[in-house]
Every structure is written in C-alpha cells, then in structure tokens.
Design a protein around this ligand. Structure first.
Ligand code: 1CP
Length: 349
C-alpha cells in the first residue's frame, strides 16, 4: 500500500505545522445518531455487527462528509471492536454503551483475556472503499481506544459513572492492573496496524475517561501504555491524543508523543497549550451544547476559540489548530446546526 500524499488537505497541513488553505474542521461523533440517513441504514443491524460490514461502515463514515463539508472523515467503528474481534464477549447495548459478559476482576481473568493476533479484514476493506470516495483535500482519520478507557469497560463490565472498580484494582492489586494494561497494548496495536496498513491518513487515540484520574495515577498506571501505542505508528501518520476533562493531565498526556493534542471545552486553547511538554498542534474545542444555542452564539464561540488558538501559536506554545468540538456531537443535535457551524468555522476571520 502507498499512502495518499495529500499535500493540499487542510487537516494534514495543519497537523504537520504548515499553514492550511482553510481552518480544518471535523467533529467527534460526526457519524452516527444525529443523522437521519445513519438511523435509516443502521435499522435492524446491531451496532457492533455494523462495524464488521465493509460497505455499511464505509457508507456511514462518508455520510457526514457529504452533508457537512468537513475536512476529515472519522472511521465508523468503536473502541471495543478489537476486543470483539479477539473473542471477548462484548455487546453495545442501545442507549447504554459497551457491556462485557465477564468483567475482568482478578489476575485469572487477565490471563484468560484473548489477544488480537490478526488483521480485521472487514475494517481494512471498509477503509479501502472510503479512500476510493474521498478527494485529496479530505483526510480519513482512524482511531483506537486507549488502554485505560478500554480497561475501564472490561473491569467495570460496562459504562461507569465513577470508575471505582478500575481505580480499586489499580491501587489494591497494581500487579494485576499492569498485567491488564500490558495485555491490552498488543490488541489495540493490532487494530491500529490494520487501519494504518489499509491507508488511514491520521489517527486519534481516545482516552475518553482518563480525566477521572489524578496526574499521579495517570503517570504511573496509564502513560507508559498509551506512549507505547502511539510509538507504534510514530513517523507514519499524524497522531492525535484526546480525553475528556483532562485539563489537569494535558502536560502528562502530551508526553505520550502525539503531534496533535485534543482539548475538551473546559480549558481555553491558549491555557491548554501552555501546559504541553513541548509545542503541539491544538485540536478543539467548541462545547457540543453550543450547537443548540443558535447561529449567533456559535459565531461568537468560534471566533473566541480561533483567537485563543492564534494566541497560543503567537506565544510559541502551539504550532497549529484543527477545529473540533470539545467532545462528541450530542445525539439530539440538529444536523443543520452542524453544517452551519462548519461553514462558520471555514469563514475567514
Ligand atoms: O447504535 C448506536 O448508534 C450506538 C452509538 C455508538 C456509535 C455511533 C456507539 C456506542 N459507538 C459509536 C461509534 C463510535 N464510537 C465512533 C465513530 C463515530 C464518530 O466519531 O463519528 C467513535 C470514534 C467511537 C469511539 C468510542 N466508543 C469512544 C471514544 C469516543 C468518545 O465519545 O469519548 C467511547 C468511550 C466509546 C464507547 C461507546 N460506544 C458506544 C457508546 C454509547 C459508548 C459510550 C458509553 C459510555 O458513556 O460509557
């Protein structure tokens, strides 16, 4: 496979610290429930099953690109797909999220956990279809879940409010914790390798729930493993690293080595960049709730965020800006408000 060069793709230019032809924008969770055309094609097909259907996953990935004129597609998949492919009994329960049949609670459970040792050919095939449809200004972003966020689903058995079983294992049985994290790395890396070899143009490491940890716990129990995942594709494609409520962790997370740091909506981009270990490209950070507040509010927020990114670059703490939300599109969002926001972000300012 020869990777697409994409010299004129705004997202790739910005990720490399070059000046893009327009402010690149994509939205986390841009594919999915906010779109009627998504609900239509997914009808009657369980979520995880849809992630293993090449034509369907390609169609869902492309839907928001056609509709909103975003500068990147995000692969339609899920962070638990590599676990499912490895043979873990996991389902995505509608309205809830990933649920694991046998939660991982002790060393014996970790030892029994299967490791993914193959390409997920259905995803590779889907990526080939997507790449055939995108033009060379549109990037395809692949992704994987970070070991901590995946471990939380495995240990808790499903979505969790406080992540208490996960943190309890970390502290009461650190050896089992480290064994679990070490065991997740090859499975996540294999899924990322499938995507990179199939031709994705950039990747995002989602450590969605890392913000529940103190910096001390993050450094000792999480950072080495996320670093290993990102290292696995160093120099191949731009790497984005993101978690929710990670304001206090931005310095530590930036040490994992990504070119781009995703920032949630709680921290102004200039303040965020000042926390990075060394200058990076910023990604973010419109509050997804603002898409319910009307055009004038969005316009004001977009210009504030662009100004904060410009200040971070001016100060020498950041090397570029990719526009995004501060977390995923909320399911009840009016798709028209998303299209309008993208147009506003693309306007000169
Ligand atoms: O039936 C449905 O439509 C189920 C909803 C859904 C969708 C559309 C789930 C279940 N996953 C997905 C796709 C998905 N998941 C994408 C691609 C779509 C896009 O971004 O445009 C991505 C990037 C993910 C990644 C993912 N899954 C994350 C990290 C991103 C984030 O939002 O922080 C997490 C935490 C998951 C777990 C998950 N899968 C699904 C849900 C509802 C959840 C979250 C559950 C929880 O709150 O714990």
């Amino acid at each position: 496979m020869t990777r697409r060069a994409l010299p004129d793709a705004p997202l790739i230019a910005a990720a490399a610290g070059r000046r893009p032809s327009r402010t690149p924008v994509w939205f986390m969770r841009q594919a999915g429930r906010s779109l009627p055309e998504y609900r239509k094609v997914r009808e009657g097909i369980p979520m995880l099953q849809s992630c293993f259907m090449p034509e369907l996953l390609a169609e869902i990935t492309l839907q928001p690109v056609r509709r909103h004129d975003v500068d990147a597609a995000i692969l339609f998949s899920d962070i638990v797909v590599p676990l499912k492919a490895a043979g873990v009994e996991v389902e995505i329960v509608p309205g809830r999220g990933p649920v694991v049949a046998q939660p991982v609670r002790g060393r014996g459970d970790v030892d029994k956990l299967p490791v993914l040792g193959r390409d997920i050919t259905e995803v590779a095939e889907g990526i080939r279809i997507i790449l055939g449809e995108l033009n060379e200004t549109q990037a395809l972003i692949g992704f994987v879940g970070a070991p901590f966020t995946l471990a939380s689903y495995l240990v808790e058995g499903g979505p969790s409010k406080n992540h208490e079983k996960t943190k309890a294992m970390m502290h009461a049985d650190p050896e089992t914790w480290h064994a679990l994290m070490a065991k997740l790395v090859p499975t996540i890396t294999a899924f990322l390798r499938t995507q990179v070899d199939a031709g994705i143009d950039a990747m995002q490491l989602f450590d969605s729930w890392a913000g529940f940890l103190s910096e001390r716990d993050y450094r000792e129990h999480v950072l080495p493993y996320s670093t290993e995942i990102l290292q696995g594709v160093a120099g191949e494609i731009p790497r984005i690293h993101f978690g929710v409520s990670t304001g206090e962790l931005l310095g530590a997370m930036s040490e994992a080595g990504s070119e781009v740091m995703g920032v949630d909506w709680r921290v102004p981009l200039d303040a965020a960049a000042a926390r990075f270990a060394s200058p990076r490209v910023l990604q973010g950070n419109l509050d997804p709730a603002m898409l319910f507040a009307g055009r004038d509010v969005v316009r004001g927020e977009v210009s504030r965020i662009k100004a904060e990114a410009a200040r971070a670059i001016e100060a020498g703490n950041a090397t570029g800006h990719i526009f995004n939300l501060g977390h995923g599109v909320l399911p009840a969002t009016d798709p028209g408000a998303i299209t309008e926001a993208v147009a506003i972000i693309h306007e000169e300012s």
